[in-house]
Design a protein around this ligand. Sequence first.
Ligand code: NAI
Ligand code: 15L
Length: 268
Amino acid sequence: PAPRTLLLTGAAGGVGTLMRELLPPYGYELRLLDVVPVPGAPDAIVADLADRAALREAVRGVDAIVHLAGISLESTFDKIMAANIAGTYNLYEAAREEGVRRVVLASSNHAVGFTRRPRGGEPLVPVDTPHRPDTFYGLSKCFGEDLAQLYWDLHGLETVSVRIGSCFPEPTSVRMLSMWLSPADCARLLHATLTAEDVAHTIVYGSSANTRAWWDLSTARALGFAPEDDSEVYAEKLIADKGHPPEGSADDLYLGGHFCVNPPRWPH
Ligand code: NAI
Ligand code: 15L
């Protein structure tokens, strides 16, 4: 049967806030979790991914987990270690102990951020390109994908790891014209990852059907994802406003763009 009740971790964050609105129309009932209170959701579970007892209770009885919680930009190794590495392990252990069958894991383009982007007719980047993290943050996403593979092979817990490009209401840089995942396509993609049968551990790229795409959406499409948006509608204005990234700059060369040289810092 299709999953109905979902635990949505990171519900107070940018993607979590968008998905709280966009997933229920697909028929899901959401249980929300974040380390900070979720605005407008007094029933949300306020818990840290370090709190194993709270996680065990949070996952009990849900059909699937959409795991968005964690540090979403570069930070110190110790903070990434606690939230993204140990935190994701804690969540998987809770899921295994409680018999949850499927996790949808927010991975990132930064797991393969130092991969050269294709130019001039070169093939799109496939999902089986080697891990090439651009930050400790990206490294934690590589860990998450490997953890997911382990929990499938050893315990039969299914995961779809979604290497999200840039999920925001609109693209705000020229690089994001290639990376953009519209919120509506994000909900479509999550619905596909939650309802496809027998996913084992599948890795997919998460972006819209962008004219300037750098990566191969075939594994996502194979799960039933049919993106409807294309960043191209924003291209003319964005390029006029911002110009193309200089040739040879990180934004020009690598999937991970500016993370490869000047990682944004978590503000604490
Ligand atoms: P965000 O930073 O806005 O939200 C993350 C949420 O996780 C926050 O509400 C935060 O309070 C919560 N959180 C952090 N540490 C926690 C902990 N120890 N315990 C419980 N909750 C904790 O990030 P955003 O943009 O919403 O991204 C969601 C997920 O998708 C993240 O895992 C991010 O790495 C991933 N992602 C997002 C992309 C995007 O374009 N927004 C691109 C690629 C990946
Ligand atoms: C990410 O992984 C970040 O979580 C998000 O904030 C964006 O920076 C995105 O990648 C991106 O590469 O645009």
